[in-house]
Design a protein around this ligand. Structure first.
Ligand SMILES: [Fe+2]
Ligand SMILES: [Fe+2]
Length: 350
């Protein structure tokens, strides 16, 4: 059903045009004698075609078209203006002002039907394209969501692959990722960036897949040679994840490579110093070490919280970026919440 808005100050014309429109079928005429009232209606309703007289007392057809076109989303709707045959100037002005076609007075029935039909066909085409565009946009959104979901799933699986070989538990990965996000937020990073580190941090130790069992799973202290091999997990992780088209994998690669760098340059693998260490690496260093200290491992007991905090304080500017430590401490309440939410036994069954 097409809504056809008809505006004419003469009720005889209104009646005539209404009858002609009804004859076309599938049309619902909406009549107004006053252009201002018609505009009022147009604020709430979207017509499929506007037929407007030129000569009207309060507001002429040209001004009506201008006001109508200025309403949001009304630029494409076809407008027919009714003029007398000799009003050429008016017609030119109307074309410039946004009319699509004209009807001449007195109205010729055949011409009227042809022109109105053409305009309605135009409108049908517009609506079809708009619907199609909306449909496609929705499909694209849906597919994008699916891809993102799969990407997240893939990342969880990659992180879990490392867990099979690593004595560190899934709960450690969850906690350190959330601590990283708390720090990122504390540093006022954009919400999307904080989310990115949350998603990427679980992959920090994925390079441990490349470390031989007798070193990775050795219960006692590593010899210097063994430790040198162990350190290579940073580069292995980077090699595994780098050059990905996925933003999360890219962030994961950077984190894998730099999470053992230390602020004073004494870390590995490259001995980067200060802000030369990528920010994500500096953030994850705090989150990862804090959780490693406060977790029980086969070879050590969990440190009490205050001792771990002292370790962070003492490491400010040496091991850790002072701003990252500060952001971590500022989010202490949330840190405790995360610690409570992801306890070792609870997640080990996943
Ligand atoms: Fe590591
Ligand atoms: Fe870790």
């Amino acid at each position: 059903m097409h809504k056809v808005l008809i505006i004419d100050d003469s009720d005889i014309n209104l009646t005539l045009i209404k009858a002609l429109v009804l004859k076309l079928g599938e049309c619902e005429p909406v009549l107004f004698e006053h252009p201002l009232k018609a505009l009022e209606w147009c604020r709430e309703q979207v017509p499929d075609l506007v037929i407007v007289d030129y000569m009207m007392p309060d507001m002429d057809g040209l001004r009506f078209i201008a006001a109508f076109r200025a309403l949001h989303g009304r630029t494409e709707i076809p407008v027919l203006m009714i003029t007398a045959n000799d009003q050429k100037d008016v017609r030119y002005e109307a074309l410039l002002g946004g009319a699509n076609d004209f009807l001449t007075k007195p109205i010729d029935r055949v011409e009227f039907s042809a022109r109105v039909r053409n305009m309605l066909a135009l409108r049908t085409g517009q609506k079809f394209l708009a619907d199609r565009a909306a449909f496609l946009a929705e499909k694209v959104d849906e597919r994008t969501r699916e891809i993102r979901e799969r990407e997240r799933e893939l990342i969880v699986r990659i992180s879990r692959a490392a867990e099979f070989r690593d004595p560190e538990t899934g709960a450690h990965i969850q906690r350190m990722a959330h601590y990283s996000e708390i720090i990122a937020r504390g540093l006022d990073l954009a919400p999307a960036t904080s989310r990115l580190i949350l998603q990427a941090a679980p992959m920090h130790d994925v390079g441990k897949i490349g470390i031989r069992d007798h070193i990775l799973l050795k219960p006692g202290r590593l010899t210097p040679e063994e430790f040198a091999v162990m350190k290579r997990h940073a580069e292995f992780g980077y090699e595994l994840l780098k050059d990905s088209g996925s933003e999360i994998m890219q962030a994961g690669a950077e984190i894998a490579l730099t999470h053992h760098e230390k602020y004073d340059g004494s870390g590995y693998p490259r001995g980067l110093r200060g802000n030369a260490i990528p920010l994500f690496g500096r953030i994850v260093a705090v989150a990862d070490v804090f959780d490693a200290l406060t977790s029980e491992r086969p070879y050590k007991k969990a440190w009490p919280l205050d001792e771990a905090l002292r370790f962070l304080e003492q490491g400010r500017g040496r091991h850790f970026d002072p701003l990252c430590v500060e952001a971590f401490l500022a989010g202490w309440e949330e840190v405790l919440e995360v610690r409570h939410r992801f306890q070792d036994e609870a997640v080990a069954t996943i």
